[in-house]
Design a protein around this ligand. Structure first.
Ligand code: AMP
Ligand code: MG
Length: 360
């Protein structure tokens, strides 16, 4: 840290407050001087440092307890800056994606030599994105530096989607925490690599796979998106191999027909010591141990509330196990929900249809 203690700065999400720009200018100055600033984005809160300042970047890894071989995403104020740090011309499809920005979308391209090795964990590619969130973009613009930023949580824990989550994990570790309200996508950006001829989806997120295909044509999905890496298998993206998004309580996922899923969740709830994450109306009981995440027909609410729900469960006395349902398919945002929840649950899934068949 470069400040003596963590400063929390509240700003309006649309920066309409009288002092909002002044507060961001203060935070931008901290970034320029090598400090750490946590800031809201549309995906999750980020923990940022000047990407060109090695010492500052290294302090991100220390604050989070992040493995050194897990590279960081560089956040920029404008897509036109991407060419400064990546060899955009080597990537045929880069212009098509850059035209979509700002967006919850990270693009991996061959790096230029000005990006320090600690940002890319020694890889010859760099991940870059332009956030949609106006607070994030203004902060980066005012700092006039590229901002390397992973999620502002302790590594392995659910990502932070509110300033309270960040305060919980980063008090005394970040110089500044900017509170700009809730993150509306609620899960991390889509990561796509343009390093090979066919674009490769490394991590699903708010920018859906279907939209990527509309823009780019063929897009491969990394096998690690929905399945566990095998012993000794080399991941296409270093972050894939780490335990992620896990609350302290054990998480189990439930899939199957609506009636069977609801029946199984109710059964588990009645066993006690169990938290439930389900859609509105699945269990008609009011209890803080039952957290609802919107409706089956619109999983954007599930995405938005997912990490908050996992963190809330850890705060409820007596919850040792969390049973959470999975969306009915992996279309749209649901692919990202599957990807995160499978990791939170260490790939532990119960098929409710099979469960009741066996019991007959
Ligand atoms: P986080 O910042 O924690 O949301 O994670 C960033 C994700 O982007 C991790 O899964 C990284 O492995 C991935 N990533 C960052 N840079 C690269 C890169 N150059 N090549 C492949 N994956 C990357
Ligand atoms: Mg993260």
């Amino acid at each position: 840290m470069i400040l003596e203690e963590t400063k929390i700065l509240r700003v309006n999400p649309d920066l309409s407050g009288e002092d909002d720009i002044k507060k961001l200018a203060f935070a931008a100055d901290v970034l320029k001087k090598g400090g750490l600033v946590a800031f809201p984005t549309e995906t999750v809160y980020g923990l940022g440092a000047n990407a060109l300042d090695e010492k500052a970047v290294k302090s991100i890894f220390t604050a989070k307890g992040r493995a050194q071989d897990n590279p960081l995403i560089v956040h920029l104020a404008s897509a036109s800056d991407m060419n400064k740090y990546a060899k955009v011309d080597m990537c045929e499809k880069a212009q098509l994606l850059m035209a979509q920005m700002p967006a919850p979308l990270t693009v991996v391209m061959p790096k230029r030599s000005n990006i320090p090795e600690c940002v890319t964990a020694g890889l010859d590619s760099v991940a870059q994105r332009v956030p949609q969130n106006v607070v994030a973009r203004k902060l980066i613009e005012l700092s006039s530096v590229p901002v390397a930023a992973p999620s502002a949580n302790i590594s392995g824990k659910p990502s932070p989607t509110t300033a309270e989550h960040v305060i919980c994990d980063m008090m005394g570790k970040a110089d500044v925490i900017i509170d700009g309200g809730m993150c509306n996508v609620g899960l991390e950006s889509t990561v796509v690599s343009l390093c090979k001829q066919v674009p490769l989806l490394l991590r699903p997120g708010g920018f859906t796979y279907e939209r990527l295909c509309e823009i780019l044509g063929e897009v491969e999905i990394s096998q690690a998106v929905l399945s566990q890496l095998k012993e000794g298998q080399k991941p296409e993206s270093p972050g894939m191999k780490y335990k992620h998004y896990a609350p302290d309580a054990k998480v189990m996922l439930v899939k199957g027909k609506k009636e069977n899923v609801s029946k199984l969740l109710l059964e588990k709830y009645l066993e006690g010591n169990t938290g439930i994450i389900c859609y509105d109306g699945d269990i008609e009981i009011y209890d803080e141990k039952i957290i609802t995440v919107g409706t089956r027909s619109d999983n954007s609410t599930y995405a938005e509330k997912m990490f908050d729900a996992l963190r809330k469960m850890d705060k409820i006395q007596g919850v040792q196990c969390i049973f959470a349902l999975l969306p009915e398919d992996t279309k749209g945002i649901s692919l990202a929900i599957y990807n995160r929840m499978l990791r939170a649950a260490a790939f532990c899934v119960i098929d409710a249809d099979e469960y009741f068949k066996k019991g007959e």
